[in-house]
Design a protein. Structure first.
Lengths: 157, 174
């Protein structure tokens, strides 16, 4: 496989993954926006977040996810959106892993309460792991593009 | 150079996060029923609702036996008991046991007020509460709340919607 073909494939993966990830986060945000109390209960079930900030998180996190998803879909502030999503996925994975190890009967809560997508915590762990790997790859690609663009600008100057 | 770019993005993440939290709080204040900023557990919320609803009502501590699937079919077909669905209302709308009424655990106070005219005269009748299945606690919590509100014969269908649906039995939708 020559270099140009590899670059085309990487660009194709980056473009399509960005859109898929953005759509997933927008869907996740919308499913939680209308039911903040249920999302707060999901957060509380992990026993990791102190009581006084549970509801603030339940109110703010869906908007954060919505903004990230929007950035990824439109391509504006894409690197910020990707880094945010990496942070969220690391947080979700760590919380889920702790809950599974402690044997807590939690649903992921990633797509709102009682979602069929969150029924199995092991499936949620695998899904979040795959998304995290893809997001890290996409973020690296994004940074490389930005560096390349800066280099070209420097040469032009 | 990489480090600088990552630091710049991290600053963006921080701004986005604080902005989202602030926007969440502001938008919450515009809701018809804002979420209080202090978190209370489902048990505490239900306790508060029962206290509000049950002033001066007799307390029934005694519990009654669970209802089997066969008994539940009889209750549903013959309307011999008042069946209550403790799941969130959205699930009730998608499908519920025929003749069941919605009394969601997560909105108990409003649900109870809506059903008060049906429930209050039937204090000494048999009430059967169910939720999604044996893993959910909503039916237990709602039946405890009803006993505290003075209902004498509250029973649980622990198999819940899962067992009913698994038995390919008739269902109602809204």
């Amino acid at each position: 496989m020559n270099r140009r073909m590899t670059e085309t494939l990487a660009r194709g993966f980056y473009g399509s993954f960005r859109i898929v990830l953005g759509a997933i986060f927008i869907y996740a945000a919308i499913s939680k926006l209308g039911a903040p109390q249920e999302f707060a209960d999901s957060i509380a079930a992990y026993h990791l977040v102190p009581g006084p900030i549970i509801n603030v998180m339940a109110l703010g996190l869906p908007l954060f996810e919505l903004a990230c998803g929007f950035f990824l879909l439109t391509g504006y502030f894409c690197a910020t959106g990707l880094l945010s999503i990496i942070g969220l996925l690391v947080l979700f994975l760590a919380a889920l892993l702790v809950a599974v190890v402690r044997g807590l009967p939690v649903e992921c809560g990633c797509f709102g309460a009682h979602s069929w997508l969150d029924a199995n915590p092991w499936m949620a762990l695998v899904r979040d792991g795959v998304l995290l790997a893809g997001a890290v790859y996409a973020y690296r690609h994004c940074l490389a593009r930005e560096l390349m663009a800066r280099d070209i600008k420097d040469v032009r100057l | 150079m990489w480090k600088k770019l990552i630091l710049k993005d991290a600053m963006g993440v921080w701004m986005l996060l604080t902005g989202s939290l602030a926007a969440g709080i502001i938008l919450n204040e515009m809701r018809a029923k804002p979420l209080p900023l202090d978190y209370s557990s489902p048990e505490a919320r239900l306790d508060r609702a029962v206290e509000k609803l049950g002033e001066g009502k007799p307390l029934v501590v005694r519990g009654e036996g669970d209802v089997s699937l066969e008994e539940m079919q009889t209750f549903s077909a013959g309307r011999a008991a008042l069946i209550l669905d403790a799941r969130p209302e959205v699930f009730y709308r998608v499908g519920h046991i025929p003749s069941a009424l919605s009394l969601p655990r997560d909105d108990f106070e409003n649900g109870y007020r809506l059903l008060a005219s049906v429930l209050e005269p039937r204090r000494s009748d048999v009430l059967v509460v169910y939720c999604s299945g044996s893993d959910c606690h909503d039916s237990q919590m709602v039946s405890d709340a009803l006993r505290r509100l003075g209902f004498a014969h509250v029973r649980l269908f622990r198999g819940g919607w899962g067992e009913w649906e698994g038995g390919n039995l008739p269902e109602e939708k809204l």
